[in-house]
Design a protein. Structure first.
Length: 142
């Protein structure tokens, strides 16, 4: 079993500072209407970013193992949250744009299946409460 650690420390108003076990820092803050100054990420934004980065990271690794040349990768994420607290994500649409050489629909679909069902820890957690919808576009370069 792998152990990860992090520390969060209260700042002023709605601001929080986070330090990961690997030593990286970030700021979380709320909007002005919630007492914040909008000087950092919102916690739920970080979760959405984490899902995208996990999927992107795993997708690129899988495609490269398939000997596909991936030059660029972008994911646009749109998260739908429940109206009532705790306002969890109920659906997330991930729109992947993969740029490279030798990419086929079959290879991208296989990589998406492996990333979502086997390798991406964030998608495994999200899928417990949300429907994940993956769409993609391949931009083949010469």
């Amino acid at each position: 079993m792998s152990v990860m650690k992090a520390t969060v420390t209260m700042g002023q108003d709605s601001r929080w500072e986070g330090v990961s076990g690997s030593g990286h820092r970030l700021t979380v803050d709320g909007p002005p209407e919630a007492g914040g100054k909008n000087e950092g990420f919102r916690p739920m934004e970080l979760m959405l970013l984490g899902l995208g980065m996990c999927m992107g990271y795993d997708m690129v690794r899988i495609l490269r193992r398939m000997r596909k040349e991936v030059i660029g990768y972008q994911i646009q994420l749109t998260g739908q949250r429940a109206e009532d607290p705790p306002s969890i994500y109920t659906e997330v649409i991930l729109e992947h744009v993969i740029t490279g050489k030798g990419l086929s629909e079959a290879s991208v679909e296989r990589a998406l299946d492996l990333a979502e069902s086997k390798y991406c820890s964030a998608s495994a957690m999200f899928s417990k409460t949300a429907t994940l919808v993956n769409k993609y576009r391949i931009e083949e370069i010469q």
